[in-house]
Design a protein around this ligand. Sequence first.
Ligand SMILES: C[S@@+](CC[C@H](N)C(=O)[O-])C[C@H]1O[C@@H](n2cnc3c(N)ncnc32)[C@H](O)[C@@H]1O
Length: 226
Amino acid sequence: MRGIGDIIVSSRPYEEYRDMFGLTDAELLAGPVLDCPGGAGGFAAGLRARGGEVVSADPAYAEDPAALVARSRAGLEHGLRYLAENRDSYVWTWFDSAEDLAERRLGALDAFARDRRDLADPRYVPAALPDLPFADGAFRLALSGYLLFAYPDHLDPEAHEAALRELLRVAGEVRVYPLIDTAYVRYPGIDDLRSALERDGVASEVRRVDYAFQAGADEVLVLSRP
Ligand SMILES: C[S@@+](CC[C@H](N)C(=O)[O-])C[C@H]1O[C@@H](n2cnc3c(N)ncnc32)[C@H](O)[C@@H]1O
C-alpha cells in the first residue's frame, strides 16, 4: 500500500473545492452540480448557502450520520498525523499552517454535520461509482475529488474508465482532481483514459489550477460530453 493507505471520508470546505477544481462561484451557480464522492465536507452546504443546487453521492451515506461524522473525524486526525510526518511534501500557500488546515477541515466537517438532516436526506445519496441512481444529463457539472487517480490500489484502470463514463452519463461536464495519488505519483493511465473517451467524442483537457496542497497536485482533468 502506497501513501496514506485506506480511503478516508474527508471533509473539505467549499472554497477549497472551488479552487482545486479551478472553478469560480459563478460557474458553480450556473446549474445543478453533482459532488461524487461527497465525503463529509462542507462543499454542498456552502454552495446551497450561496444559492446553488447540489446533490452529494457517496457510499458512506448509507451509514448513520453521527457514526459517519465520527469516522470522518478519526480519519482527519489520522491525516493530520500523516501530514506532521510528511510536512515537506505539502505546499503551504492555500493553507498557511497545519493549524489553519485543521481548523478549516474541522469547520467543513461541522458544516456537513449540520447540513445533513438524517439518513434519508435526499441531498446526500448513498451510491457508489460506477452506478449512480441519476437520470442521463441530470447535472450540468459533476465534481469528483480525491477518489479517482488518488487511490490506484483500490481502483483498476477499468474501474476508472467505468466511473468516468458514468459521471459523463449524468453530467455534461466532469472535473476530476487531483491527478496524483497519495504517494504523489501522477496516475499513469490518464492519457489512455483520455484517448478512450475522446474516441467517443468526449473532449478532455488537463488544466493547471492555482490551488495546490499536495506537492505536484496542481492539475484538474476537465471532460465534456459531446
Ligand atoms: C478521500 S474522500 C474524498 C471526499 C471529497 N470528494 C473530498 O475531496 O474531500 C473519498 C470518498 O470516496 C468514497 N468512495 C469510496 N468508493 C467509492 C465509489 N466506488 N464511488 C463513490 N465514492 C466512493 C468514500 O466513501 C470517501 O468518502
